[in-house]
Design a protein around this ligand. Structure first.
Ligand code: NOJ
Length: 714
């Protein structure tokens, strides 16, 4: 059973005491039974909300829909605090809503939380049960730090490879992103913590992020950019949605009626609340009418302006009731009223990063690491007593290692006890009597000389991804290409480890026998990479995003697409549904490494494809065997190629399964396709439609390594 607050509730006496103390410190539920009949847990969230709303004044409702400065509200001068705060109301037994980031661990509070691998690494595991465990751990750490609204996950599709927040999302495929998000959200909300799926909608670049209009057609919106949000709502019952910076088709996301109401509430059936991104609200009446429930971080457009609008009748009372109702129902449903988190003052210095969470961070890092190249069996390293490894590059342990373990911006988590790769590799090498020498890489000549003197060289390279800024291009910064080339020339046994948040170019690829993509892999970074390099862990991660061969061979190569026309005012999504591998396949462009790709120290064989109809669903099954010599996990992928009339790309991911196999063992994998897996969005009719004709069922080890093919007629 996951170690979650709600899972443990009631069973542990200490917990009950803690919760009671927390509730009292929030100044509320002591009088609950008498003064606040809606505090009865036996009533449904809907009933409790109706009772509470009936007892509220308009001013009290208006106070719920806007953030205030937490420092001022709590009388704290500075120091770690919430990123967003809606005060509670003791008379009504309403607890405060406390918001914090984020997707790679509980951010901002600065001390005592686990720095998990970046979401792109989480996605690279393709492991929904691990993602759920991660969510549960993240949610519990949030609760223990006094947070009841966690601003994660980020499901924006990686449309532009240079996007500065690439590391913060789950890659380029809507299905993989949706499944990853749903698993994480389910985990988070096992605790009395509201998950917030973000940024709704599109939000695919950082250049001019507050004002850029993503000009995208309706079909593309439904097939590529919205499905992860839909999965978050329908599969995981996410409590909150954050509307995005920027505009979609010239309309600000946080006041877009079709997006917030027609699609999110109408088509997806979302009952929760919508919170604006920080500073993404641009109007009072239009936003309230469109369905924005909470303005963050403060009340520029809600607050006093909204009170005036209600007084004048410009915004109706039922609208305010609906907003308050969505917030309160979500709080009741997820447990914020019944198990509010402890007050910040009592926990700001507490270390909530448990050994179990750190072990989980390690597991995610290990499973998410992608082996991109391994020629001549360069890996795993086979070192002997007396041999030397030259470890080169800043991320290995020079300077602030934390800078390379996570991307920058609101998602950044400062780990208390990071394990630098240099330390972990040295410890592992010592076990076989080998030793390590180190160069920071700032002087390529010195680094090459060091590599020449060693038996093996491991070079660490990084990129700088951060919120608020796109990368200028896909080249490694700071002359690292020269460094890698120089080292590879000096020692043919050179392994490159990439600590990047997304794709980078590799002009030196032909010079090195092995490359590993380790992403920004959190505080156990070093342990994970040492385990993979030495073969203690057999790599199994697969790319959630295509790695292009050049800066230009990308789906968004024209300036109108990215950063957009008129100084990035208008990003034209002219590639339409051809995002990521969909574009490479359609245009027959060879990527450097394709979507879904990743090597292993063992081999897997696929056989015996069977496609069977089961009423409206289709069951696809096949056998995967480990035909190599080591135990390992394979991520089997199922793609669908629709009939031509549907106008879809040559293949789209429709299912996957991660299987662990010992050598010479095999297993049967079964993946169920639903009508939706075979549908395209019929824009004029505003509905999903299954085209008539022949579907090709493609099963393989990556999007460009299809091992089994079958047909299905619809
Ligand atoms: C802006 C970011 O876009 C969003 O992801 C984050 O949650 C908020 N700031 C709050 O930090």
């Amino acid at each position: 059973m996951p170690r979650t607050r709600r899972g443990a509730a009631g069973a542990v006496l200490g917990l009950v005491v803690l919760v009671a103390a927390a509730a009292l410190s929030a100044g509320a539920p002591a009088r609950a039974a008498v003064a606040c009949p809606w505090m009865s847990r036996t009533l449904s969230p809907g009933k409790r909300t109706a009772m509470l709303l009936a007892a509220m004044t308009t001013a009290q409702k208006l106070a719920l829909v806007v953030g205030v400065d937490p420092h001022a509200a709590l009388g704290v001068a500075d120091g770690p605090l919430y990123v967003g705060y809606v005060p509670g109301n003791a008379d009504l037994c309403i607890p405060a809503l406390t918001f914090n980031d984020g997707p790679a661990g509980v951010a901002d509070l600065q001390v005592g939380t686990t720095a998990f691998p970046a979401p792109i690494a989480q996605a690279a595991t393709w492991d929904t049960s691990l993602q759920r465990r991660f969510g549960a751990a993240l949610g519990l750490e949030a609760w223990e730090k006094g947070i009841d609204v966690l601003l994660a996950p980020d499901v924006n599709i990686a449309r532009v490879p240079e996007n500065g927040r690439n590391f913060e999302g789950f890659g380029e495929d809507p299905f993989l992103s949706g499944q990853t998000a749903a698993a994480e959200i389910a985990g988070i909300q096992q605790n009395p913590v509201i998950a917030t799926v973000k940024h709704y909608a599109v939000n695919s670049q950082e250049t001019n992020r507050y004002y850029v209009s993503s000009n995208v057609d309706d079909r593309t919106l439904h097939e590529i950019y919205l499905p992860p949000f839909e999965a978050a709502v329908k599969q995981a019952h996410v409590g909150a949605v954050m509307c995005a910076y920027g505009l979609v088709n010239a309309s600000f996301s946080c006041q877009d009626q079709p997006l917030l109401t027609t699609v999110l509430r109408g088509q997806f059936g979302f009952p929760g609340f919508v919170v604006s991104d920080w500073g993404a609200t641009w109007s009072t009446v239009a936003s309230a009418d469109a369905g924005l429930d909470i303005e963050m971080p403060g009340g520029l457009f809600y607050g006093g302006a909204l009170a005036d609008a209600v007084a004048s009748g410009a915004v109706s009372s039922p609208t305010i009731d609906a907003m308050a109702s969505r917030i309160l129902t979500t709080m009741f449903r997820i447990g914020v009223f019944d198990e509010p988190p402890p007050a910040l003052a009592s926990v700001s210095a507490t270390d909530v990063s448990s050994p179990a969470d750190q072990a989980l961070a390690l597991r995610v890092a290990e499973e998410g690491t992608v082996l991109l190249k391994d020629d001549r069996r360069a890996l795993p390293l086979d070192l002997h007593a007396g041999e030397t490894v030259a470890v080169i590059g800043a991320p290995a342990g020079f300077g602030d290692i934390r800078a390379y373990a996570g991307g920058r911006g609101s998602a950044f988590v400062a780990a208390a006890t990071p394990v630098p790769p240099l330390q972990a590799i040295a410890a592992r090498a010592a076990k076989v009597g080998a030793s390590v020498v180190f160069a920071d890489g700032s002087d390529p000549v010195a680094a090459a000389a060091l590599a020449h003197s060693a038996d093996v060289a491991v070079v660490f390279a990084y990129d700088h991804e951060q919120e608020g800024r796109d990368r200028p291009d896909l080249q490694l910064p700071d002359a690292q290409d020269e460094l890698v080339s120089a080292v590879a020339e000096a020692n043919p046994s050179t392994v490159v480890v990439l600590d990047t948040g997304g794709p980078v170019l590799m002009p030196w690829l032909g010079q090195v026998p092995a490359v590993v993509e380790a992403w920004y892999s959190g505080q156990r970074d070093g342990d994970a990479i040492a385990a993979v390099l030495f073969g203690d862990v057999n790599p199994s991660g697969k790319l959630p995003q295509t790695f292009p061969a050049t800066n230009d061979a990308v789906p968004t190569s024209s300036p109108a697409q990215w950063p957009g026309d008129r100084q990035a005012q208008d990003a034209e999504f002219t590639e339409g549904i051809h995002v990521g591998y969909r574009w490479y396949d359609t245009e027959k462009v060879a990527p450097l490494f394709p979507f879904g790709y990743g090597l292993s120290y063992t081999r897997f064989a696929y056989s015996h494809l069977r496609i069977a109809r089961m009423r409206s669903n289709v069951s696809v099954s096949f056998t995967v065997a480990n035909s190599g010599a080591r135990p390992g996990s394979e991520i089997a992928q199922l793609y669908v190629d629709d009939p031509r009339v549907a106008g879809e790309p040559p293949k789209q991911l429709a299912g996957y399964d991660r299987v662990f196999l010992r050598p010479h063992r095999s297993t049967r994998v079964t993946i169920t396709l639903t009508p939706r897996s075979l549908s395209y969005w019929d824009s004029p009719k505003a509905r999903w439609r299954v085209a008539h004709g022949l579907y090709r069922i493609l099963v393989g080890s990556s999007s460009r390594d299809i091992r089994l093919r079958g047909f299905l007629r619809r």
